[in-house]
Design a protein around this ligand. Structure first.
Ligand SMILES: [Zn+2]
Length: 198
């Protein structure tokens, strides 16, 4: 019954009240992990899902292109797959700031090299977007097929923004239409965070 009610609520116009929305607009004590979370807390994937080793970061400066490498911004798999840490934003109805998923996208080697070349200066010239594939699943929003992305590099060492290409996938729809505060709390719950015990 509760489930049905929530589903119905997803298509509703943006809420202006509601317990979930109020909760996400201030700090809240997490009964799952014990921490205090700041409103719409971001979630982050430390490494691309296919990363086969321990999730321990090496310094960016130690980057190796011929084997397995993982730092906070770059990942190389077997010297043949190149990935970068980026941000995928999803608007939340009733909240000005979007929610951010810190996640990884693949890049063609040529674009990975361009990303490296501009990493310190943040200057990517007129280059506005590169194609990529999402390398992390997001519980409740990922389907069988991987998501094709547009990767938008940004200045000032901000991590690139990811735009989902599909307008029909769960994630593509969430990014275009936004999600409710209730849906955000369901997502947090799936990742072990919540204002109530589960
Ligand atoms: Zn928590």
């Amino acid at each position: 019954m509760i489930r049905f009610f929530r589903r119905k609520a997803k298509g509703a116009p943006p809420e202006t009240g509601g317990i979930s929305l109020r909760l996400l607009q201030r700090d809240w004590r997490c009964t799952c992990c014990g921490e205090t979370h700041r409103g719409l807390m971001d979630l982050a994937a430390m490494a691309p899902d296919p990363w086969p080793e321990e999730r321990t970061y090496e310094p960016n400066a130690a980057l190796r292109l011929d084997s397995n490498f993982l730092s906070e911004d770059f990942c190389v798999l077997e010297g043949g797959h190149f990935m970068i840490r980026a941000v995928l934003e999803i608007p939340v109805h009733g909240i000005a700031q979007p929610w951010g998923f810190g996640c990884w996208t693949s890049l063609f080697r040529a674009n990975f090299d361009k990303y490296l070349a501009g990493f310190d200066s943040g200057d990517y010239g007129d280059e506005v977007l590169w194609p990529g594939w999402l390398c992390n699943r997001l519980t409740g929003y990922s389907e069988e097929e991987s998501e094709a992305l547009e990767v938008h590099p940004r200045p000032d060492r901000q991590r690139p923004l990811l735009i989902v290409r599909s307008e029909d996938s769960l994630l593509g729809r969430a990014q275009r239409n936004g999600v409710t505060a209730d849906a955000m709390l369901e997502l947090f719950s799936a990742y072990g965070h919540g204002p109530t015990a589960h």
